[in-house]
Design a protein around this ligand. Structure first.
Ligand code: UDP
Ligand code: GLC
Ligand code: MN
Length: 325
């Protein structure tokens, strides 16, 4: 298809079904708020293209890139984020002149097409370290040259957090100081738990939020929801830390996305709960689980811990808790 070169698009990424659900909610929220831009989803081979095609104009299969940087990822307590290097593929979308990347765990609360008036690389501050930008939403210009330079940067410098945010903050290293017009207001990437970190500011400004980001380990799809009562039914206290945004996400998911999934798969899929347990273990993790504890200890000592499985942060913490008790 030949498209005009001035085309612009919102881009997201999903390498597995959980993030695909998030991507569908994001895409639906952009459409509900009448964006005039194209919607693009980058997907890994595990994700069904057809189901995303109902919402996105373009669904592109990409190679999953993994930083493999277990040490830095362990510091973030997010061993799963090595694959966020896959985000760097977004610079290859050169049929578009300008794009806004959005994490699959974001959702828009109003039309944000005005972001296309900004230049590369515009982004909002990271709530954990405001001199870094958060890479859950950023404005960029697709370019093979930039893409290649980014990959080169990864090879030479790696990522200080093991994920894309470390690379991008290194590469666009003058973001904090060079040009204030590239600092997006926080309301374009509001962390859903900002209510918990700075309540008075949340009360003052939270109502102006345009994009909510469910940043952190527990994603909306990890909760259980009763569509009839329109309520979260488990971990209610933790759910409350996300304010009403979590319910907004679930309302959208159950009213717009679930019917689409039902049509495709003819069942009652994904109505509630984190589906981690349902997905097929990768060959690697299946093998890991067969290792004896002595073999695991040896792997651990050689720096080859099973961060995604038995040696995950949660398991280590549980072990420590039992010792402490
Ligand atoms: N992502 C993905 N598969 C994964 C992990 C991440 O597709 O297994 C993509 C997805 O778009 C996600 C983004 O990378 O939103 C960044 O990861 P996440 O949102 O979990 O990081 P956080 O914002 O919590 O730091
Ligand atoms: C961050 C960002 C996310 C990014 C991750 C890894 O917390 O929210 O978009 O993928 O770090 O660098
Ligand atoms: Mn995110």
């Amino acid at each position: 298809m030949k498209w005009p070169s001035s085309l612009s698009a919102f881009v997201t990424l999903a390498t597995n079904d959980n993030y695909a659900r998030g991507a569908m909610v994001l895409g639906t929220s952009l459409r509900n708020h009448k964006t005039s831009k194209k919607l693009v989803a980058l997907i890994g081979p595990q994700v069904s293209e057809s189901v995303l095609k109902g919402i996105f104009h373009e669904v592109r299969l990409v190679d999953v890139l993994d930083s493999g940087d277990t040490a830095h990822l362990a510091m973030m307590k997010r061993p799963d984020l090595g694959v966020t290097f896959t985000k760097l593929h977004c610079w290859t979308l050169t049929q578009y002149s300008k794009c806004v990347f959005m994490d699959a765990d974001t959702m828009v609360l109003s039309n944000i097409d005005e972001l296309f008036g900004r230049e590369e690389l515009s982004a909002a501050p990271d709530p954990g370290w405001p001199d870094c930008f958060n890479s859950g939403l950023f404005v960029f210009r697709p370019s093979m040259e930039t893409h290649d330079k980014l990959l080169q940067y990864c090879t030479e410098h790696g990522s200080f957090d093991g994920g894309d945010q470390g690379v991008l903050n290194g590469f666009f290293g003058d973001w904090a100081t060079a040009d204030i017009s590239k600092h997006l207001p926080f309301i374009y990437n509001l962390s859903s738990i900002a209510i918990y970190t700075y309540l008075p500011a949340f009360k003052q400004y939270g109502g102006n939020a345009k994009v909510v980001h469910f940043l952190g380990k527990t994603k909306p799809w990890c909760y259980t929801y009763d569509p009839k009562a329109k309520q979260i039914t488990e971990n209610v206290q933790e759910a409350a830390t996300h304010s009403t945004f979590l319910l907004d996400w679930w309302n959208l998911y159950s009213s717009a996305v679930v019917p689409m999934l039902q049509e495709q798969f003819g069942e009652q899929p994904f109505h509630s709960g984190c589906v981690e347990g349902e997905s097929h273990p990768t060959q690697a993790s299946a093998l890991e689980s067969q290792l004896s504890s002595e073999e695991r200890k040896q792997n651990w000592e050689q720096g080859q811990a099973d961060y995604m499985g038995k040696d995950s942060f949660d398991n280590i913490r549980k072990k420590l808790d039992t010792f402490l008790k």
